[in-house]
Design a protein around this ligand. Structure first.
Ligand SMILES: Cc1cc2nc3c(=O)[nH]c(=O)nc-3n(C[C@H](O)[C@H](O)[C@H](O)COP(=O)(O)O)c2cc1C
Length: 289
């Protein structure tokens, strides 16, 4: 499966089959958690695999998802330092793990709001300077969705995505970028468009600037993004977009990387996140794998 096909296949799974995840798959997941620990900002990301079968009945009850997730016994829990860019890095790393899990036929679901954060934090032995922005269940998808899952999907209009004309622009920041103008980046941009985002708000914007370089921006919904204290769900969304763009661009033999430390170009109402660097100037970039 290509990266773009995996991205097309991934969707949030909230109802899981009771069939246990084999030891071989668990081992592979553990390996992935060790491999994906650095994002574009270079902050450390820490993951642990939580097996609900190994906790006490009381803890099992506490480590809940408010009924949002049914039947899952395994969760990936992610923690980062409360540093600049760390939540973008978590979004980037966890999405890479999620796509690997998708390619293995497993279901996942980003959870940034509907889980008991304080109990997961205790289980994670969260340090004082750390944040626990998100978790995901991982397991075999059930054949039939629960009623609550169907309702959540309808409520969040989960199957819908904004059109290109609302997401990608040329150098004036207002004129939509056409698929033809995107040339070799067409699939990389399409991969961004298809990404999951908190409440499906799709806050990423990409501008092909006057020099032909791609720049990534956040159109923040402030009330939404600042509603959970220090947790910034829309910065996770940005990390997800970065991973999609990069995976698909590299698959198309475009050798580049996101540089969040490049001098920004500002547009009204948008937060500059990173410049996509290619070729020359490589020594200035912060390359991630
Ligand atoms: C950062 C982030 C946080 C999310 N938090 C939740 C959540 O707390 N509860 C939930 O049911 N879904 C959550 N989602 C899932 C989104 O609602 C879902 O990705 C979106 O509606 C698109 O649907 P899809 O994943 O099936 O493509 C979250 C997604 C992201 C990316």
């Amino acid at each position: 499966m290509t990266a773009l096909e995996t991205i097309q296949k991934r969707h949030s799974v909230r109802t899981y089959d009771r069939r246990p995840v084999s030891e071989g798959i668990r081992n592979r997941l553990q390996q992935l958690l060790q491999e994906h620990t650095t994002g574009p900002f270079g902050t450390p990301v820490r993951f642990r695999l939580l097996d609900l079968d190994s906790v006490s009945p009381l803890e099992f009850k506490r480590l809940g998802t408010y009924g949002m997730i049914r039947g899952a016994h395994l969760f990936i829990v992610g923690a980062v330092k409360d540093w600049q860019g760390s939540q973008v890095d978590l979004g980037y790393c966890l999405e890479k793990i999620i796509l690997e899990a998708t390619a293995m036929g497993l279901g996942t679901c980003w959870l940034g709001g509907t889980f008991r954060r304080s109990h997961f934090a205790r289980w994670m032995q969260l340090a004082e300077d750390e944040l626990l922005p998100a978790i995901t269940p991982v397991g075999h998808p059930a054949e039939k969705k629960s009623v609550s899952e169907a309702l959540v999907r309808t409520g969040a209009r989960s199957s819908r995505r904004k059109p290109w004309s609302a997401l990608f622009f040329t150098g004036d920041g207002k004129t939509p970028l056409t698929e033809d103008e995107a040339g070799g980046y067409r699939n990389a941009l399409e991969a961004v468009r298809l990404g999951p985002s908190a409440s499906n708000l799709q806050p990423w914007r990409i501008i092909k600037d006057r020099d032909g370089c791609y720049r990534l921006y956040l159109e923040e919904n402030r009330a939404f993004n600042r509603g959970l204290g220090k947790i910034r769900l829309q910065h996770l969304d940005i990390g997800i977009a970065m991973s999609h763009f990069e995976l698909v661009a590299r698959e198309q033999c475009i050798d580049g990387w996101w540089n969040p430390f490049a001098p920004p170009v500002y547009y009204a109402g948008l937060e500059h996140l990173a410049l996509w660097e290619t070729g020359e100037g490589e020594e200035n970039g912060n390359k991630t794998g």
